[in-house]
Ligand binder design. Structure first.
Ligand code: RIB
Ligand code: CA
Length: 313
């Protein structure tokens, strides 16, 4: 089977970095047409630079990396240096990228790619706030029907919020953008905190990354070491949740994941619950079932896949 053509939209972020590495290590399953950076965990100048740093760590310098939107659609940017550190990639000391950013705006790359590739053959993989995706849909409504699928990390239901009591960070940063994407009618697969909080980098899993002994394996161990301290302190968990790699792992081995097709709508009005993903898990409304909401994964299988693929880089 031909590899799936994907665009990764991202705000690296250590977990974004691992998701990008997993995709770049899996050319038989995914063909990364390009990477678009968005403001999120840290400002755009850093997320763009970090995306490049990761491509160079993987030795994939031919992947185009574009800078996208530097702020959410309708509200000030909220960042997460408290989780990811000042650079967004704290942990390892990685060299600055040698290449410059690919000229052009990330939103235009998304539009041009969807218009030039065969309809229904490109999957969008947002790993951060949905600003670039929503802006592309607003600027070029004709591309919406050309998208094969959106597989995104964001939201939470039973797990509740991580940036407010009710909202997950990616959705909270740009709820208007999320509302546009969830109402687009596109086939959406959601990796919420409900599943990503079950993908924990325990010490033995971190040791397995380090034991690869490669620059990539050691860097991933150092990245996950760094950003796990926040979650371990907050949740008392056994390790950092690897949120974003759930997206790329789903593309490679979907059977690792289980979920339910339900209606998901975004709170965009109330300051109290802004950015909440309201998932109709028990089907108490007749709203359209617009999303496959993932609730569980085979975590041992997930980390076995991830470690085996990272060993290739
Ligand atoms: O809430 C977790 C999400 O927010 C992840 O994508 C992480 O990288 C941050 O963007
Ligand atoms: Ca992210």
């Amino acid at each position: 089977m031909a590899p799936r053509k994907i665009i990764i939209d991202t705000d690296p972020g250590q977990d974004d970095a691992v998701a990008i590495l997993l995709a770049l290590a899996s050319p038989d399953e995914v063909d990364v047409l390009g990477i678009t950076a968005v403001a999120g965990n840290v400002p755009l100048d850093l997320t763009s630079k970090n995306a490049f740093i990761i491509c160079e760590l993987a030795g994939k310098v031919d992947v185009p990396v574009y800078a996208g939107c530097d702020r959410p659609l309708g509200r000030p940017l909220v960042t997460a240096e408290h989780v990811h550190g000042k650079t967004g990639l704290d942990g390892p000391s990685l060299p600055d990228p040698t290449k410059q950013l690919t000229p052009g705006h990330g939103v235009d790359f998304i539009i041009d790619t969807l218009r030039s590739e065969a309809p229904g053959t490109v999957t969008l993989c947002p790993l951060g706030p949905l600003t670039n995706i929503a802006t592309a849909f607003q600027k070029a409504p004709d591309i919406v029907d050309k998208v094969q699928q959106v597989v995104l990390m964001g939201g939470a239901y039973f797990e509740v919020g991580n940036i407010t009591p009710t909202a997950e960070f990616n959705i909270y940063v740009d709820p208007q953008a999320a509302d546009i994407v969830f109402k687009s009618g596109i086939d959406i697969v959601v990796m919420p905190l409900d599943v990503t909080h079950k993908a924990l980098v325990t010490q033995s899993r971190n040791d397995a990354f380090r034991a690869l002994g490669t620059p990539t394996g050691i860097a991933v161990a150092q990245m996950t070491d760094f950003f796990e301290r926040f979650d371990k302190e907050k949740y008392g968990s056994a390790g950092a949740p690897l949120h974003d790699p759930c997206v790329t792992a789903y593309l490679i081995k979907p059977d690792l994941f289980t979920g339910r097709r339900v209606n998901v709508e975004i709170e965009t009005q109330s300051e109290l619950t802004l950015g909440m993903t309201v998932a109709d898990w028990w089907g108490v409304t007749d709203r359209p079932k617009n999303a496959l909401f993932i609730g569980d994964l085979d975590d041992d299988g997930f980390f076995a896949l991830l470690t085996e693929r990272l060993a290739r880089l």
